[in-house]
Design a protein around this ligand. Structure first.
Ligand code: PHE
Length: 463
């Protein structure tokens, strides 16, 4: 339809994704990141194992996937950043663009703590090279991580190294370069994970690890953990905050959106499960605790590497690949505010990047220092690092998800949605589109609302 006409002007200075595989790689690059290697394992460990994983998978399928398809189609239709997309597509004057503003807020919240975890990953490349952190003794690997996190200087330095690197990539506009690198390195990460799984499965307590991961005990679930699982589904697929809208705006007109979204979801889940299989047998074999929290991966994986021939080399390789995975996700997080500033304020991309990094400086430093200097500063019993994580995944992303679902179901409407998702009727996917639309219109908002309300304790009487 008209989408390639007058709207093209806005997108001209931006790189569009050039090939179908490029689209897939970039979208997957946003989804796959520290979420798979760090968040899914530690949250599964902290929330009782398989039952949590099951709820997370259900939420991904019933909520995350439809919202992802909605965002991608909206972005491709409007060919613009998240705020402008909602303005363009909204048939009324209602301030739907606020959803884009909310997305920008989520981007900063997530970037603040995500860049710090990425900093640990980069620091671990150096640790692996020096051979320091590699050991099967929980006391040794735990102390190594604590020394890094507890040191304000190191935390900040590594964080700004990471942010400088990502900013540089975005500023010089070599997204193609990063895309090309990611395309080659992602399969390597996959292979290395499979090797780690194979080793982990030979460990003495592999059975206990697998049972923890795959044998659900529903009594482990609480309303808070169900909310956390749903938040994780949003975080994992990078939805609820306009990332996928922004990426959708770079999609080619003939890209099959449902198929791409489905493939990204499957690949993303696979990587998470592989990470779990690599980690939990080691947890049970070497006497780590599954509830270790955010430190879990950093203290358990070195133990698995310590059991491997050439373990040190492989550990370096692993953290390099994890850094690449984190980079793809960080690029997509930064792209949300950068596209907004660049297009709406008509400033150059380098300038938009600098402004974004400037705005990020304070929250990012707060997250880094909340592990050491500012550890006393707590809100609702959480450090700032934990608070940013909690607020973004459990409140802002689900809220964004509800609003996007309501927008598509009740405002944008069936004719526009089905036209966008079927590439103007070219794809014969009307039945699928119907199902997705119905989910978005009724089930998604109600389900998110219920899970949020119960997870936040709205239904609790008294206590
Ligand atoms: N999905 C990414 C990960 O799992 C994180 C992310 C969240 C990226 C939201 C973009 C937007 O690491």
């Amino acid at each position: 339809m008209k989408q390639d006409g007058n709207t093209q002007g806005a997108v001209a200075p931006r790189d569009g994704f050039s090939s179908r595989f490029g689209v897939f790689a970039a979208t997957l690059g946003s989804a796959v990141g520290l979420g798979n290697l760090w968040k899914v394992p530690y949250m599964t460990g902290a929330n009782g194992g398989a039952a949590f994983l099951l709820v997370y998978l259900l939420a991904t399928l019933l909520i995350g996937l439809p919202v992802m398809m909605a965002e991608l189609s909206m972005g491709r239709k409007s060919r613009a950043n998240a705020i402008t997309t909602l303005q363009k597509l909204s048939p009324s004057q209602a301030p739907w663009w606020l959803v884009g503003v909310l997305g920008m807020l989520a981007a900063f919240l997530i970037l603040a703590f995500y860049s710090e975890v990425a900093a640990w990953i980069f620091a671990y490349i150096a640790k692996a090279i020096s051979g320091r952190a590699i050991s099967s003794d929980p006391a040794v690997t735990g102390a190594e991580l604590a020394a890094l996190i507890g040191d304000p200087m190191q935390s900040l330095l590594w964080q700004w190294l990471v942010l400088g690197l990502i900013g540089g990539i975005l500023m010089f506009g070599v997204t193609k370069g990063i895309e090309a690198v990611a395309k080659r390195l992602m399969p390597l990460l996959f292979v290395l994970l499979v090797v780690l799984c194979a080793v982990s499965l030979t460990l003495d307590e592999a059975g206990a690890g697998l049972a923890f991961l795959f044998k659900p005990d529903l009594s482990e679930l609480t309303t808070a953990s169900v909310l956390a699982a749903m938040g994780l589904a949003f975080f994992k697929l990078s939805v609820g905050m306009g990332t996928m809208m922004t990426y959708g705006s770079y999609f080619k007109a003939d890209q099959d959106i449902p198929l791409t979204a489905f493939r990204v979801m499957c690949a993303d889940i696979t990587v998470s499960l592989l990470a779990g299989i690599a980690i939990f047998p080691a947890v049970f074999t070497f006497g780590f605790v599954p509830e270790a929290g955010p430190s879990l991966v950093f203290i358990t994986l070195p133990a698995v590497f310590s059991q491997l021939p050439f373990g040190q080399v492989l550990m370096v390789a692993f953290f390099v690949l994890a850094a690449v995975a984190a980079t793809g996700a960080l690029l997509s997080l930064l792209e949300v505010p950068i596209a907004i500033l660049h297009e709406r304020l008509h400033i150059s991309r380098p300038r938009a990047t600098l402004i974004t990094l400037g705005l990020l400086a304070l929250p990012a430093a707060a997250a880094a220092l909340s592990q050491n200097l500012l550890s006393e500063l707590q809100v609702a019993g959480m450090t700032l690092f934990t608070l940013f994580d909690y607020l973004s995944s459990n409140i802002v992303l689900p809220l964004g998800g509800i609003l996007i679902a309501i927008f598509v179901g009740w405002r944008w409407g069936w004719p526009a949605f089905s036209d966008a998702i079927s590439n103007g009727g070219e794809l014969r996917n009307l039945r699928l589109a119907r199902v997705v639309f119905t989910l978005l219109k009724y089930l998604t908002p109600i389900l998110i609302l219920l899970v949020m309300a119960s997870g936040l304790g709205v239904f609790q009487s008294g206590a």
